[in-house]
Design a protein around this ligand. Structure first.
Ligand code: MTE
Ligand code: MO
Length: 300
């Protein structure tokens, strides 16, 4: 598949950043040879200029550590991520606590360079490392009655100062329809730029759903539950008129308080110009079929 082009790494592999940059030059050459179709529709491979690592790790939304963009980088070091286990339960054949290290030993880690679009209308391009969520769900054995996947972040107010305030209802929860969860673009990310996932970005593993607004990409996951009912999601519970279950990136459906037609790339400096937001964040060709016949204004 088109997005299968990325290097395959094992989790012990650390991609030197120089090699990473070198490969990007190779990619630029390939674009010249007419192989640009490896990039999401509507954007040449060369346009996916990854955001620098220090920007990705210092401008974060992780409300468990505070509401300012620089709070996660300041406070996330307090989070204990070893040992770590993910409980997988609900409508699965093999429910249980899956140790993070055991999961990693069974997964093939690859690199995916995805556009990342926050509902607040800023964006980045992130070179994630991880594995397809489907591969983890297959380990657990999803039962045929399952229709949705619910996710839960760690609840540990001693280590997460933001959880001592009722900014959101804790723990942070998210959800996907099962076909969205099984889509090959849907990633369980375990690293960035070949390094293990920084704590402020959701160590040791977080979801990445590149065609949806960033808040769907729940961090520091401790529970995955297969269910037959649409699960509650944190932002929908908090402000249902502004945030729906689907939250697909859609430049034609504005947030009640601001336009979603364009976005501000982070890392380009204060005067960086806004760029147009693409339908499904540029992944329309891959995912539009999931929503055929659905009114995307109603199912926002
Ligand atoms: N548990 C948890 N997950 C979360 C959030 C959060 O506050 N808590 N913020 C979301 C939002 S709004 C965005 S834009 C992304 C930010 O991811 P990043 O900091 O890696 O860029 O994480 C999402 N996942
Ligand atoms: Mo966001």
């Amino acid at each position: 598949m088109a997005y299968r082009w990325k290097n395959t790494l094992t989790h012990e592999d650390v991609t030197p950043k120089s090699a990473f940059l070198n490969r990007r030059q190779i990619m630029a050459g390939m674009a010249g040879l007419g192989l640009a179709s490896i990039a999401p529709k509507g954007q040449a491979a060369t346009d996916l200029e990854p955001t620098p690592l220090d920007v990705i790790t210092q401008y974060n939304n992780f409300y468990e550590f505070g509401t300012r963009k620089d709070d996660p980088a300041k406070y996330a070091h307090q989070l204990t991520t070893k040992p770590w286990a993910v409980t997988i339960d609900g409508l699965v054949d093999h429910p249980g606590d899956y140790a993070f290290d055991d999961i990693m030993s069974q997964m093939t880690i690859e690199e995916r360079i995805y556009r990342f679009r926050c509902v607040e209308a800023w964006s980045m391009v992130v070179p994630w490392n991880g594995f397809e969520l489907k591969d983890l769900l297959d380990l657990a054995g999803v039962q045929s009655s399952a229709k949705y996947v619910a996710f839960e972040t760690l609840y540990r107010p001693e280590e997460m100062p933001g959880q001592r305030a009722p900014f959101l209802e804790w723990p942070y929860v998210e959800g996907l329809r099962l076909d969205e969860a099984n889509h090959p673009l849907t990633l369980m990310a375990t690293g960035i730029y070949g390094d293990p996932m920084p704590k402020q970005n959701g160590a040791p593993l977080r979801l990445v759903v590149p065609w949806k607004y960033g808040f769907k990409s729940i961090k520091s996951i401790v529970r995955i539950t297969l269910t037959d009912k649409e699960p509650p999601t944190s932002w929908n519970k908090s402000v249902p008129s502004e945030y729906g279950f689907y939250s697909n990136v859609n430049p034609q459906v504005d947030h009640p308080r601001w336009s979603q037609a364009s976005e501000r790339p982070i890392g380009g400096g204060f005067f960086a110009k806004r760029i147009p937001t693409l339908m499904f964040n540029g992944y329309e060709e891959e995912v539009a079929g999931l929503y055929e016949g659905m009114d995307l204004r109603k199912f926002y």
